[in-house]
Design a binder for this molecule. Sequence first.
Ligand code: AMP
Ligand code: MG
Length: 353
Amino acid sequence: METKLIKIDNVKGQRDALHAAGELIRSGEVVAFPTETVYGLGANGLDADACAKIYQAKGRPSDNPLILHVANRSMIDQVAAAIPDKAEKLLAAFCPGPITLILPRRSLVPDRITGGLSTVGVRMPEHDVARALIAAAGVPIAAPSANISGRPSPTTAEAVLTDMDGKIPLILDGGSCDFGVESTIVDAVGDKAVILRPGAITKEMLEEVLGAGNVIIDPALVGKDSVPRAPGMKYTHYAPKAPLTLIEGMPTRMVRAFRQEISRLQAAGHTVGVMASHEVLQELADIVPRELMADYGHQGKLPAIAANIYEALRSFDDKEADVLLGEGTTAAGLGLAIMNRLHKASGFRSIQA
Ligand code: AMP
Ligand code: MG
């Protein structure tokens, strides 16, 4: 099938294009669209056959549930059987925004999208194109990230096209995504709110609303040994084509650790690619050619790094490096989300600086 790419830079002025996209969703087709986190691959969330096409286009394992994207509160009530008190508070504080709430599901939500779970993940995006598309479709839109399963998530329409060309009829191009990492997933059904996937809404921000001590991180996110409660978190993810190893530790020790590891790998005959901060790359200019570098932003500037990491990882797809080294960040605040993605992208291979 031919994949059309339509630029949407004026939601009000492009009602016809958005109406046609909503019509495609209603008729059971798959449409890629921008959100403030990453690009999503959307289908009618109440239509199991339409959602099956998402799994097929991505090559996604069938037990990995999809998140339902809604435009307003009444759409949440349509798919969730109840909204517990803590979830209610998070809704008021952060929605619309980059957070997904795990809620008890209603039976009209197909098993196909929940992986057979008794809960459903619900997110209300803030991006105006996402909101306009959901409104035009008139149904909750089930949408995972618009990448081939296991690859880095797309944060531009071009990255979506790279993975989805010929597999879906339409991509809405809304430019680059603001946050660049997927939504924070919070299970607020139980006694304590549990972060199942870290994102731009940080633990600290959740604690401010729910009280310190009422927010915990799914232990599986910290170690790699226990089974995560968000089924999708157990799969390899975000991986570039060449194997990635992280260098973690104090910023002041980074350059030395990079130089040592690069020399060792080059001596062994490898072509080394490096994804790191501007500051670290500057110090490596004499041993790594410019075209084998990906600059993810300034050291410590976490929002910019989050927005850049997936494009930085994808940039190596066209470079000839056969091994990659990446610079770790702090794991505090937004750093928890960044390091979660980098650890998965590297298959937990890391070196302490
Ligand atoms: P993606 O759509 O690629 O951002 O992945 C969606 C993530 O949400 C996956 O890690 C899923 O496992 C997780 N998820 C979706 N629904 C649920 C649910 N009901 N309970 C727990 N995790 C969920
Ligand atoms: Mg994904």
